[in-house]
Design a protein around this ligand. Sequence first.
Ligand SMILES: C[S@@+](CC[C@H](N)C(=O)[O-])C[C@H]1O[C@@H](n2cnc3c(N)ncnc32)[C@H](O)[C@@H]1O
Length: 222
Amino acid sequence: MTQPQWSLVDEYFGTLFAPADAQLENALKATAEADMPAIQVSANQGKLLYLLARLCNAQSILEVGTLGGYSTIWLARALPVDGKLITLEISPEHAAVATRNIAQANLASLVTIRVGPATDSLKDLISQNAGPFDFIFIDADKANTPSYIESALRLARPGSLIVVDNVVRNGAVVEAESTDPNVQGIRASLAILASNPRLESVAWQVVGSKGYDGLAMALVLE
Ligand SMILES: C[S@@+](CC[C@H](N)C(=O)[O-])C[C@H]1O[C@@H](n2cnc3c(N)ncnc32)[C@H](O)[C@@H]1O
């Protein structure tokens, strides 16, 4: 199996289950035109996030890592009209593009973008008692992901779902001695997800249009 085959199958599944619409296409186009990296989730992954948020009956969603708002749009579409989504982004340029894309998708009333290092924004959210969030999607700098998970736990409730993206690192996640801070960040994150008694977790490998990658998911128990 090779990348072209994975992409073809992803496209086929995407056509069936996550067909592009004008708003999602606009978000991708505007992100590319702003010279931002194409590191958003794939259409099928976006649909998976949407379905998971629906399954949680999420009224409140927290996202760490906005980019151009592509995953934000998928997630916000899972919310009821009085729901809320807070998304954290360090780059003012990314946040500006995301703000336009989210408005264009008619979701501005549900979504707030907080600009700044996510560690600081999460501290603020905790001190402001902004939780609990029903669904938390972590998709920013991998080295800081362990601290994002610890903060997420303080912003969650029993029954919340935490999803962490990009946990395979092209297979390097198995390299305990890796000097790559992203690999070590993900390894430390998985260790928390596996050992924290408040969590019941799983991680799995994925192939598709984005190559070889994976997701981890944790249910907050208490
Ligand atoms: C993989 S992209 C997010 C993709 C987005 N979730 C999607 O699928 O459409 C990661 C984003 O995290 C942001 N980021 C990186 N480090 C950050 C930090 N310390 N705090 C907040 N955001 C950060 C980057 O600027 C980038 O926009």
